[in-house]
Design a protein around this ligand. Structure first.
Ligand code: SAH
Length: 238
């Protein structure tokens, strides 16, 4: 490529128009899974703009899709070449491109989700890590023979985050059963998957404290016991 053309490429500015919006159980950042696939039972709906629903044709035969989205809820601030990922304890810095940080030069995210069903107005998916209201700029099918690398490794994040054991107190379980009818097992599973990855804000590690979060229409309270156990202490519908 000649030098003049190459230097012009740096000044390309494009406008991205969302083609869909995510409806997820996560109204706030607190307790959102840190990566797609970590809470595989969590269900979200990708509501596709009517102008683009015809573009979903053919996805019936696809098990997983990539969602390309805008990190629309990142607080404004200077984007730096180095970030402090929670993975490295929140103090050590590494290059932004070696992380999945939400603070990037272009605020684009990428998540792999399982396709549950293709509907007239969008896609029902599981395993998402997106906030409610996240704008989606593209959807692509997962290609198992190209998108997976069996010999891949990542020295910064060699293993999934530690998973805690989630127990429900008798009182919380009774409240769950009273509120959820046929959905008891499913709601318990979804909430337990989220809490298993330590939903506390990074700066909290207080064992005696009760934490609370709202996930979909549910209000859950929990505490951290010793030895990697989380106990759900209260459950209610908001
Ligand atoms: N899988 C994506 C996102 C990883 S970071 C990627 O790798 O690009 C995951 C975190 O993004 C979540 O814990 C949540 O706090 C944050 N997040 C999700 N949707 C967001 C949005 N619309 N705006 C800002 N942050 C968001």
């Amino acid at each position: 490529m000649c030098g003049r053309l190459r230097s012009r490429l740096w000044s390309i500015v494009i406008t991205l128009s969302p083609i869909a919006v995510v409806e997820s159980p996560f109204a706030g950042k607190f307790a959102v899974p840190r990566q797609s696939g970590l809470a595989p039972s969590i269900e979200s709906f990708v509501r596709v703009d009517a102008a683009w629903t015809d573009g979903l044709t053919g996805l019936e035969g696809v098990s997983h899709v990539w969602l390309l989205f805008l990190f629309h809820a990142v607080p404004p601030g200077r984007v730096s070449t180095r970030v402090r990922p929670p993975r490295l304890g929140g103090n050590a810095r590494t290059g932004v491109f070696s992380t999945r940080s939400t603070h990037r030069p272009n605020p684009l995210g990428l998540s792999l989700v399982q396709l549950v069903s293709v509907e007239a107005d969008g896609l029902r998916v599981t395993g998402g890590d997106l906030l409610d209201g996240t704008p989606i700029v593209d959807i692509k099918p997962y290609l198992p023979w190209s998108d997976s690398a069996p010999d891949a490794h990542n020295a910064l994040a060699p293993e999934p985050p530690e998973q805690l054991v989630v127990e429900w107190s008798v009182k919380a379980q009774a409240a769950l059963e009273a509120a959820c009818g046929d959905d008891v097992a499913s709601v318990r599973q979804q909430l337990s998957e989220v809490l298993a990855f330590d939903a506390r804000p990074a700066y909290h590690a207080d064992a005696s404290r009760h934490y609370a979060v709202e996930i979909a229409q549910w209000h859950v309270q929990w505490r951290h016991l010793a030895n990697g156990v989380v106990e759900v202490v209260a459950f209610s519908e908001r």
